[in-house]
Design a protein around this ligand. Structure first.
Ligand SMILES: NC(=O)c1ccc[n+]([C@@H]2O[C@H](COP(=O)([O-])OP(=O)(O)OC[C@H]3O[C@@H](n4cnc5c(N)ncnc54)[C@H](OP(=O)(O)O)[C@@H]3O)[C@@H](O)[C@H]2O)c1
Length: 127
């Protein structure tokens, strides 16, 4: 049996790309995936797909720049499955432009990827 089977895995940024693919793969191998991202309609569709294929998936809207929302998704996983085994700390943005383009809004959004790091300590801080 797969070592992934039965693991409780929180995945941030699960609404597209690497996070979505990770959720599908881990769920297909028996993990309980708890998915977060801002585009909740994408998460809803993904959870339905995973469940239709016999997998276990929950989702909750999540903006990783909000510590309260990160606490909330960890608590969701803990309350539904009793624990968190793994956090796939995937949410992030990667805007690319030359500095002289002065895309200050994009620069400020890079903090998303830094804020997301707090998620990795939440199970210890909020048992
Ligand atoms: N693809 C690459 O070549 C590459 C290379 C190096 C690093 N990475 C990193 O790998 C990760 C995934 O990349 P990807 O290519 O799969 O990109 P992607 O398709 O754009 O996925 C990014 C995910 O992050 C979520 N996200 C962004 N801001 C968020 C926020 N504030 N709160 C919660 N979720 C947020 C997005 O969901 P919502 O918009 O629905 O919130 C989306 O699900 C990113 O952190 C990226 O920086 C990717």
């Amino acid at each position: 049996m797969s070592e992934i089977n039965g693991k409780v895995v929180v995945i941030t940024g699960a609404s597209s790309g690497i996070g979505e693919a990770t959720a599908k793969l881990l769920a297909s191998r028996g993990a309980h995936v708890v998915m977060g991202a801002r585009r909740v309609e994408k998460l809803e569709a993904l959870a339905s797909l995973i469940q239709a294929e016999g997998g276990s998936a929950l989702y909750q809207q999540l903006d990783v720049t909000s510590i309260e929302q990160m606490q909330s998704i960890i608590r969701l996983a803990q309350s539904r499955f009793g624990r968190v085994d793994v956090i796939v700390n995937n949410a992030g943005v990667m805007p690319l432009s030359p500095l002289e383009a002065l895309k200050i809004d994009e620069w400020n959004r890079i903090s998303t990827s830094i804020s997301a790091e707090f998620c990795t300590v939440l199970p210890q801080v909020y048992p």
